[in-house]
Design a protein. Structure first.
Length: 108
């Protein structure tokens, strides 16, 4: 009672399933390569961001030291303080000595 062409239909279904399996493997492989590449790029971005943050902190420390030196110089030379420091809004931070590395940040 099985039709004669059922073997052909079964073979066609087997071929279709095999083709779909190959397509699934190719798509999965492509997806894995893409995710691996994104992960490695994200790792490099994180390392670069950490280096940039370290550089920024170093520059800010140098800027604060420079501003404090300007404030200390301005305390000894009132004409400099009156012209340059007031022009740029640089004032000593209360409670922090002028020669210390942290403190006097320009007002924005």
């Amino acid at each position: 009672m099985i039709p004669e062409n059922s073997n052909e239909e079964i073979n066609a279904l087997k071929n279709q399933v095999f083709s779909l399996l190959i397509a699934l493997i190719v798509i999965s492989g492509t997806m894995m390569v893409t995710l691996y590449r994104q992960t490695s790029m994200a790792g490099k971005d994180i390392a670069q961001a950490e280096q940039a943050e370290h550089n920024l902190q170093q520059v800010q420390g140098n800027m604060n030291a420079f501003v404090n030196k300007l404030v200390a110089y301005g305390e000894k030379h009132p004409d400099f303080a009156a012209s340059v420091l007031k022009k740029y809004g640089i004032a000593p931070v209360p409670g922090i000595p002028a020669g210390s590395p942290a403190g006097a940040i320009p007002k924005k």
